[in-house]
Design a protein around this ligand. Structure first.
Ligand SMILES: Cc1cc2nc3c(=O)[nH]c(=O)nc-3n(C[C@H](O)[C@H](O)[C@H](O)COP(=O)(O)O)c2cc1C
Length: 264
């Protein structure tokens, strides 16, 4: 049945409303993209500062970051710090984005199934590492980006390692899609604080830290190398444990840490 005049008008008004709304929404998205990018940058910076246990309350986090942190690019395979002059633009510290780098086949290599404990399939050829400097410009801590599969999502975060190359100084996750109240408890400040001071590597350099199912028995001689699991969230807990095992192991930052131990 052909549409009568009233129906045509209704359709035209509806189409007009859709058009005006879509123009409004898309111009808002374009207009706000610079602010969104800046907010994302600040969010990443504050997470790096939190992981490194660096005080920034009532101060400009970007300024604290610039003053206290030196970014270096590490070649994952060799553990060497890369010469920035020879790096592609995408790998230079000022442009380095883990999300972009890991999407680019030019900058990733595949991980064999038996080594892929973090469930990430490929790994970047290079990673950015943040060195926290004291007033004399000596390195106090290293903040290392990490990521791995949880239950619903890939969890992206940072772990801070003391200059002794054995002790955890902090951890944060800045992006994940785990369930709030369950796996999302990776954001719980008390749980994150429980990582501080834990032993990551023993004296022989072997990775000993583990995130266990259940609670750590504080009287155990392993208590300083164990982290409580997240209750009702065995899969996320295992995901965090696997992420640490991968990134702090020989296929992740192992060669870099080995070189630091040797004084390189
Ligand atoms: C709606 C819903 C959301 C869940 N979210 C998570 C989660 O984010 N992380 C997780 O490990 N388990 C989550 N679980 C539970 C898992 O399905 C699984 O039962 C759990 O990891 C087993 O943990 P448990 O052995 O400690 O009970 C969720 C379950 C439901 C029903």
């Amino acid at each position: 049945m052909p549409a009568d005049g009233g129906t045509k008008k209704t359709i035209l008004v509806a189409l007009g409303v859709c058009l005006v709304s879509s123009i409004f929404v898309s111009s808002a998205a374009v207009g706000l993209s610079a602010i969104i990018d800046q907010n994302k940058k600040i969010d990443r910076i504050t997470n790096i500062l939190q992981a490194g246990d660096i005080e920034y309350a009532n101060q400009d986090p970007e300024q604290i970051f610039t003053e206290k942190i030196k970014s270096v690019i590490v070649e994952i395979e060799s553990g060497n710090v890369a010469d920035e002059a020879n790096l592609a633009d995408e790998l230079k510290p000022e442009n380095f984005s883990i999300m972009d780098v890991t999407k680019n086949p030019q900058f990733t290599s595949s991980i064999s199934a038996s080594n892929d404990v973090a469930g990430i399939k490929t790994k970047p050829t290079h990673m950015i590492v943040y060195e926290v400097l004291d007033k004399e410009e000596n390195v106090e801590k290293y903040i290392l980006p990490i990521y791995g599969k949880g239950l619903w999502s890939t969890m992206y975060g940072f772990i801070a390692l003391d200059k002794d190359l054995q002790t955890v100084r902090g951890i944060t996750f800045y992006q994940h899609g785990e369930t709030p109240g369950l796996g999302g408890e990776v954001d719980n400040p008390r749980w994150k604080a429980s990582w501080k001071g834990k032993t990551l590597y023993d004296d022989s350099g072997e990775l000993v830290l583990e995130v266990i199912k259940g609670q750590v028995d504080q009287s155990s001689d392993k208590a300083n190398r164990q982290i409580d699991g997240l209750s009702g969230s065995t899969i996320t807990t295992r995901g965090v444990d696997n992420t640490i095992e991968f990134w702090l192991g020989e296929n992740g930052y192992g060669p870099f840490i080995e070189k630091l131990r040797g004084g390189a």
